[in-house]
Ligand binder design. Structure first.
Ligand SMILES: [Zn+2]
Length: 389
């Protein structure tokens, strides 16, 4: 399991500001699971704004450089998918006692400009860590739960927009046992993965599918529900292990387009057999007749985000190609990156990532076509292998 997925302890967390005057109010709504959190939820009732700090402190050159490095790693990926115009690159970076906004506009209630700029956008500061419903949320309660995730906030014009919530690297490194022995590349991977969600989940076709899947359900079935079924069902685990082995081995050497398409054809046969065999049990376990559609949706959502994250780590773009932050991951096979390529309860991440990697050989330039396909990733794979959609 990746360490940056939001734990259920943060479910329903809200950071609330009051909409008044011309300033945008920060109204962040989170849900559990890194993908579910990217979607707009109802804007909560008005609350008192968080108290602003008496002093303003700068983000600082080091943090600024890290943030820009992460954004520079993400930008070519967004361009490749045609996602630059969907969603937002608004970031809220927090430590144990303060927070900054970058790319969220010039005037946000409670925040004060530091005078710094990141890629032409002003940096705003508030002298407290995350606040919820106008009250400070003790850092001790969230330091393990919120590494990076996407929430929703209400802009000055009232429109909901995504915001990437990211724990500062030094804070994370010194407070989170899962990151004690990590280097900054892992934090950059979190930024790229979650930053991708902040655009991907706001693409019109992706939002349409998500809303259609969730409109009849009070609670959203997500990767954690699928993970519980995986943990409880050995036969299901064996079926996924077969799919994982097939896809992973196909990515460890270069394949011709015909070979890659044959791999996808073979995977579809295994996948369709899995759907048929486990349909009733899975639907019962997650209490949804849409269980298989939800499995397919998150295979796309999380697989694509992990694919983007893994590629940015192994082939950092342009100006970052020689950055020491990527020394440990640059040039490595994606299947060998720790925590990214294995199979486990969060199988949708790795199965989806390998499907994307096989598509690199099977259908170059596939990304925008996946977003345009009504069935997204698996719909497009069906199209590529000529099996109909
Ligand atoms: Zn994710």
């Amino acid at each position: 399991m990746r360490k940056h997925t939001l734990s259920s302890s943060a479910h329903g967390l809200r950071k609330v500001g009051r909409n008044s005057g011309q300033a945008a109010a920060l109204v962040v709504v989170l849900a559990s699971g890194c993908a579910g959190a990217a979607l707009p939820a109802e804007v909560p009732a008005q609350h008192a704004p968080p108290s602003s700090a008496a002093t303003t402190s700068p983000l600082g050159a080091t943090r600024l450089a890290r943030l820009v490095a992460g954004r520079n790693a993400l930008a070519p990926m967004l361009a490749e998918w045609g996602l630059a115009e969907s969603g937002s690159s608004c970031v809220l970076l927090f430590t144990d006692h303060e927070e900054w906004l970058v790319g969220c506009g010039r005037d946000v209630e409670g925040f004060v400009a530091t005078g710094e700029e990141a890629q032409g956008e002003p940096v705003l500061h508030m002298g407290q860590s995350l606040a919820v419903s106008g009250q400070l949320l003790p850092f001790e309660q969230i330091k393990l739960a919120i590494v990076g995730t996407v929430g929703t906030w209400s802009r000055a014009d009232g429109e909901p927009a995504p915001v990437l919530l990211l724990q500062d690297w030094d804070t994370l490194h010194s407070h989170h046992p899962g990151f004690t022995n990590s280097d900054v590349s892992e934090w950059l991977g979190v930024l790229v993965h979650e930053g991708f969600h902040a655009h991907q989940m706001w693409h019109p076709n992706v939002r349409r599918v998500f809303l259609e899947l969730t409109e009849q359900q009070p609670t959203v079935v997500g990767p954690e529900d699928l993970a519980n079924f995986y943990r409880a069902n050995e036969e299901f685990r064996l079926a996924l292990a077969r799919e994982h082995t097939l896809l992973r081995s196909a990515t460890e050497t270069h394949h011709t387009q015909a070979e890659a398409r044959q791999t996808l054809r073979a995977w579809l046969a295994l996948y369709n057999a899995r759907r048929e065999h486990f349909r009733a049990d899975l639907e019962g376990a997650v209490h949804s007749t849409r269980a298989l559609d939800i499995d397919a949706f998150y295979t796309f959502v999380e697989g694509a985000a992990r694919y983007v994250e893994a590629r940015s780590l192994t082939t950092p773009p342009g100006a970052l190609a020689n950055d020491p932050a990527f020394a440990a991951t640059r040039g490595r096979a994606i299947s060998q990156l720790p925590g990214l390529g294995g199979i486990g309860p969060k199988y949708v991440y790795s199965i989806g990532m390998y499907l994307c990697l096989v598509l690199d050989d099977a259908a170059p330039g596939w990304q925008a076509r996946v977003l345009a396909n009504p069935g997204l990733l698996i719909g497009y794979i069906n199209e590529v292998v000529g099996a109909g959609t």
